[in-house]
Design a protein around this ligand. Structure first.
Ligand code: AMP
Length: 511
């Protein structure tokens, strides 16, 4: 059935049904659905008064907290689309995202005022809203399922991040279609993922659109012990963790998950030994593998982990498409492959984003016409190599391209290479990953303009500073290896096998 509602419709239904129930919960802070609605509406009216119109982007630069949620809801109510920015990112990155997204306004607080330098109107959420002239009745904009809801940025292989433009329909399909992770008024979810990641779409909107409470983890890093205390304190029942964080919890404090009913894990391949540890410590726990690119709105497929998955050498499948989602496994010519044969996963349905903001070429490359469905449909080419089992369950094999996941962060090594080669002392560079599990790290192989020479010479510390000023911390390699030249294969590509071992003490700069 086509989706005819918006995120605001679903939220409004919860406000009518349970206005006095808790919506936001960060003890002692508490806001009911009714209070949250009123607070966000006041801000939304103000945003409309400032000229925010449908599809306008409004950037939000705030630490994790209730104000973030109020701001997100207010932007939607004003008809705009939020662009979540991470205060931990370098100023240069934040400035780029403000520019690239064409943000009309930046919602922030006074503590962060000095951060971005890009000239954009600011609204400080920690100051009282300026009074509106009484004569100006707030207009309520028309918001439709096709209206833009948010823009979330992911790493771009050509050197700059790309903004994924997601509509209300995409989000409604996520919060309604997750049969394996049913969320209802008896549940409490935890806001833990940075809002600049689309896992926050699941956390925030699955809770608020389904009448559940949204507990909010305090800002700052998340450790397994604090997480355990937080889950108990707020009574969280449904939690999302990246595979990396789930592994850490499993290693250090698996009992932390005791209050939970459902744990959704994903973002990268799940580790079977860690899942075993979590289940041994929490026999009541239901674990669901959640798979999906930002471009198909958080989750495309889910798989409830069964005991048999933990015995299989093949790992935990990514499962079956969630509601209003279709998956096709195709060969390089776009023809469906039979069950058991590897192919690229294409995802269609209501979760497919509009595309990349302001990048029609890239959008056309990755979002292709759907030859299998009704006319007008589009499929997102995930770049993931998968196989479909005879029973329809999909198994993840690997990436087709160089994209990697590190500590939950989606990374295109080409983006790091592009920033490295902007350094005047760098002639060429190549970035890859080495190691496995928690020891996986990025390695940059760098060819200086003048190897070792005082004029053009460059060392790891300088390169680390150069990258740290421009890229989020997870994109800064742990090791730098200086080379006279990059080894090439006979067809001119970098010969990965001929690259020196980054652990060799001679040329390597360790973090
Ligand atoms: P992101 O857009 O940051 O969510 O990253 C999406 C990519 O992460 C996918 O295309 C996959 O390569 C990988 N990924 C996400 N979830 C999973 C999962 N559950 N299992 C394996 N890979 C995953």
């Amino acid at each position: 059935m086509p989706i005819s509602e918006t995120v605001l419709d679903l939220f409004a239904r919860q406000v009518s049904a349970r206005g006095a129930s808790t919506a936001l919960w960060s003890p002692p802070y508490r806001r009911s659905f009714g209070e949250l609605d009123a607070q966000a509406q006041e801000l939304a009216d103000h945003l409309v008064g400032l000229g925010i119109r449908p599809d306008d982007r409004v950037a939000i630069l705030l630490p994790r907290g209730p104000e973030q949620v109020v701001a997100m809801l207010a932007v939607l109510k004003a008809g705009g689309a939020y662009v979540p920015l991470d205060p931990a990112h370098p100023v240069e990155r934040i400035d780029f995202l403000l520019r690239d997204s064409g943000a009309r306004l930046l919602v922030t607080d006074q503590r962060l005022t000095g951060r971005p330098t890009h000239p954009v109107e600011r609204l400080h959420i920690d100051l009282p809203l300026p009074a509106r002239p009484a004569a100006a009745p707030p207009q309520r904009p028309a918001v439709a399922p096709d209206s833009l809801a948010y823009v979330i940025y992911t790493s771009g292989s050509t050197g700059t991040p790309k903004g994924v433009a997601v509509t209300h329909r995409c989000v409604v399909r996520l919060v309604r279609g997750l049969d394996e992770v049913a969320v209802g008024p008896d549940d409490t979810l935890l806001m833990l993922a940075p809002t600049a990641f689309d896992a926050s779409t699941f956390e925030v909107w699955s809770a608020l659109c389904n009448g559940a409470r949204l507990a909010i983890h305090p800002p700052g890093p998340v450790g397994p012990r604090e997480l355990g205390a937080e889950l108990r304190r707020t009574g969280v029942t449904v939690l999302w963790l990246t595979a990396q964080l789930a592994n850490l919890v499993a290693d250090l404090h698996p009992q932390a998950l005791e209050p939970l009913r459902t744990l959704v894990v994903g973002g990268e391949v799940l580790s079977v030994p860690h899942l075993r540890l979590l289940l041994a410590a929490n026999p009541q726990l239901r674990i669901v593998n959640g798979y999906g690119p930002t471009e198909t709105t958080t989750f495309a497929t889910t798989h409830p982990v069964a005991p048999a998955d933990l015995d299989e050498a093949g790992g935990v499948p990514i499962g079956r498409p969630i509601g209003d989602t279709r998956c096709h496994v195709v060969d390089p010519e776009g023809r469906p492959v039979p069950a058991g044969v590897l192919g690229e996963l294409l995802v269609g349905g209501a979760g497919v984003a509009r595309g990349y903001l302001g990048r029609p070429g890239l959008t056309a490359e990755r979002f292709v016409p759907d030859p299998f469905g009704p006319p007008g449909g589009r499929l997102y080419r995930t770049g993931d190599l998968v196989r479909r089992r005879a029973d329809g369950v999909i198994e993840f094999a690997s990436r087709i391209d160089d994209q990697v996941k590190l500590r939950g962060f989606r990374i295109e090594p080409g983006e790091i290479r592009a920033v490295l080669t902007q350094h005047p002392a760098v002639r060429d560079a190549f970035v890859t990953v080495s190691g496995s599990g928690l020891a996986t790290e990025l390695v940059a192989y760098v060819v200086p303009v003048a190897p070792g020479g005082p004029a053009g010479g460059v060392d790891a510390a300088q390169l680390r500073t150069h990258l740290g000023e421009r890229l989020p911390e997870p994109l800064v390699p742990g090791r730098f290896v200086l080379l006279d030249r990059l080894p090439l294969t006979s067809n001119g590509k970098v010969d990965r096998r001929a690259l020196p071992d980054p652990a060799a003490p001679t040329a390597s700069g360790r973090r």
